[in-house]
Design a protein around this ligand. Structure first.
Ligand code: ARG
Length: 462
């Protein structure tokens, strides 16, 4: 039996059911649906719209349904149109007429908007906890590599020396911003639409603020038409998740490169790698590749809902039911990625010798070499040209700046002296970059401490 039987007679076409039903995917919101209905019922009782007996019957009925679903004693009927229909139908089957009074002053339109918000707000807390854990992992791994010099890249060309710790902590900073975006979007999600009715509010003297407060919302929506037709909160969440996935994808790309024989900066633990069915030597970074690959999927989820929403006239339209599969998929995908990255990073072995070797080969101390001359009074642009010519000479003769003899330096410029080698020593080059936010070990140690202090401020539970 459809909730809306009455206006229409007879059975609907089975094909309509298939397209129309959302129970297959919205049943995961049963807790939020019941929580919302209990708050609504309590308010109906408090305001005298429902009798104390009916209110009590509804509350215990809903509590029993929740317990039964949780315990697996009650299966959600796949034939029901959606989770809201199922819960109301089950309640009525259990308690009779009182169950039919639950929907007083409410529409499925404000109910589904409420459920969406409650569900996504809960999920967002878990996502924040996941990002937090990954950030903590990056801090811990970074702490072990404060003096491991590696090339920093621009254009994927070796550019200047940094440390592995500094490179990893760059990702931690991205994740801090992701968490702040998630918190921010959650605060706009925690606005209660209940009381908007179908679109035009209601004539019952509802206490909207009581319901909102009971459910942990910090505000109520201020326009009933907007209350039922707004899905910004889902879009914002998917936008934040898209940016987060872009970060995870960049980290993953880096991991794929670093695991290649060309780089050999790290090796993944066997538990987090896969092999090939034909090439016996293969050890593949599939997890990183999948995180990179699934990023496109999350962007797709965002585009799905943006596109579904863009042409909708006010207020609720059934197109909006499409919000759920998209946002659930985005949330599930991100959660999976966040679960697998920390143990993969923790168990990976980094190879400081190879990092160091790569750092020694790209003339990444050329800027420091030019700075050395500048400190001796040579104008920077002149020093730049002198060192450029020296690099050319090294490339041709197979030297690095560290192995090029002093005589060659002095032939290029008389200001070069023996202390030059100190100045271009890679660890010295990094250690001198003590500017706040720089790669010197002490600066990165401070960065890690600062990041941990930020993490301690992040609320990941209510
Ligand atoms: N399953 C619907 C959804 O997800 C619930 C709202 C139904 N409202 C309606 N007017 N048909 O959007």
């Amino acid at each position: 039996m459809k909730l809306w039987e009455g206006r229409m007679s007879g059975e609907v076409d089975a094909r309509l059911n298939q397209l129309n039903a959302s129970i297959g995917f919205d049943q995961r919101m049963y807790r939020q649906d019941i929580r919302g209905s209990m708050a609504h019922a309590r308010m109906l009782g408090k305001t005298g719209i429902l009798s104390p007996e009916d209110t009590q019957a509804i509350l215990s009925g809903l509590a029993a349904i929740l317990a039964d679903i949780d315990a697996g004693r009650l299966t959600i009927d796949p034939e029901a149109e959606d989770i809201h229909t199922f819960v109301e139908g089950e309640l009525t089957a259990r308690i009779g007429d009182a169950g039919k009074r639950l929907h007083t002053g409410r529409s499925r339109n404000d109910q589904v908007a409420l459920d969406d918000r409650l569900y996504l707000a809960d999920e967002t807390l878990e996502l924040i906890a996941g990002v937090k854990h990954l950030t903590e992992t990056l801090c811990t791994v970074a702490e072990g590599h404060l003096t491991d010099v590696m090339p920093g890249y621009t254009h994927l060309q070796r550019a200047q020396p940094v440390t592995l710790a500094h490179a990893l902590m760059a990702y931690a900073q991205m994740l801090l911003r992701d968490m702040s975006r998630l918190q921010d979007c959650r605060s706009r999600t925690m606005v209660s639409p209940l009381g908007s009715g179908a679109l035009a509010g209601t004539t019952y003297p509802l206490d909207r603020r009581m319901v909102a407060q009971e459910l942990g919302f910090h505000d109520i929506s201020m326009n009933s038409i907007d209350g039922v037709s707004d899905r910004d909160f889902a879009l914002e969440l998917m936008s934040a998740l898209s940016i987060l996935m872009m970060h995870l994808s960049r980290l993953s790309e880096e991991i794929c490169l670093w695991c290649s024989w060309e780089f050999r900066f790290m090796t993944l633990d066997d538990r987090f790698s896969t092999g090939s069915s034909i090439m016996p030597q293969k050890k593949n970074p599939d997890i990183a590749e999948l995180v990179r690959g699934k990023t496109g999927r999350v962007y797709g989820d965002l585009m799905t809902l943006l596109t579904a929403m863009k042409g909708l006239p006010l207020a609720y339209n059934k197109d909006m039911q499409e919000d759920k599969e998209a946002v659930f998929d985005a949330v599930d995908t991100v959660r999976l990625c966040l679960e697998v990255l920390p143990p993969m990073l923790e168990s990976a072995a980094f190879h400081p010798d190879n990092l160091r070797k790569a750092a020694a080969q790209g003339f990444i101390n050329a800027t420091d070499c030019a700075d050395y001359l500048t400190k001796k009074g040579v104008p920077f642009r002149d020093a730049y040209h002198v060192v450029g010519a020296l690099v050319k000479q090294c490339v041709e003769a197979g030297y690095t700046l560290e192995t090029l003899p002093l005589s060659a330096y002095q032939a290029a410029h008389p200001a070069f002296e023996e202390d030059l080698y100190q100045a271009i020593d890679l660890l010295n080059c990094v250690s001198r970059r003590t500017v706040e936010g720089g790669p010197a070990p002490e600066a990165v140690r401070a960065q890690i401490a600062w990041t941990r202090a930020q993490l301690a401020e992040i609320k990941d539970a209510e």
